[in-house]
Design a protein around this ligand. Sequence first.
Ligand SMILES: [Fe+2]
Length: 218
Amino acid sequence: MAPSDDATMTFAAQDAPAQARLERYIATRARSEHLVRDLSPEDQLAQSMPDASPTKWHLAHTTWFFETFLLTPNLPGYRVFDERFGFLFNSYYEALGPRQPRPQRGLLTRPSHERVMAYRAHVDEAMTRLLLSGAAGFEDLFDLGLAHEEQHQELILMDILHLFAQSPWKPAYGRGGLPGLAADPGPLGFQGFEGGLVEIGHDGKGFAFDNEGPRHKT
Ligand SMILES: [Fe+2]
């Protein structure tokens, strides 16, 4: 997922915003793959209920977002990885045509997990080129793409929790709990805080989903 040597060379000549964007992109995409590092391909295929999605689907769907909304319109000569993926990995974008029914995402034994990871690598390579190209005008969609990937990182954890709860083996997620967190978080306890009115909600600067605002007292 790291940029190629060529891209790294070009990267040095780019302005700071492009560099910052690429670093955010790489970090966000790597976090998704880190989250699933201890899940087998079988873990990543299963769908435990209609409202949950397989991990593999989440990994491909977030990739489809970047391909569809960033690369296809903005990177000249971009080659779509597989034309058939649009049907499989579109979620709710009615304008983009029909799609695999959500309750049946767990039936997608193909493409293989390996092929989905190749899809991610293909899109990451092209996104690196786009971000280093100096092209502009897609900053808001880029921010949305990263927030969307983070949203699906939460869904990956939520859905795998439900899946593992169905197993008679009751498997635990990950080798030592959540990646990036201490294996032993210490004893559970209460946390004290001051009462009274507090402000919550988005303050208007930077990206937010529409349900995160307006800022208000509660
Ligand atoms: Fe989504």
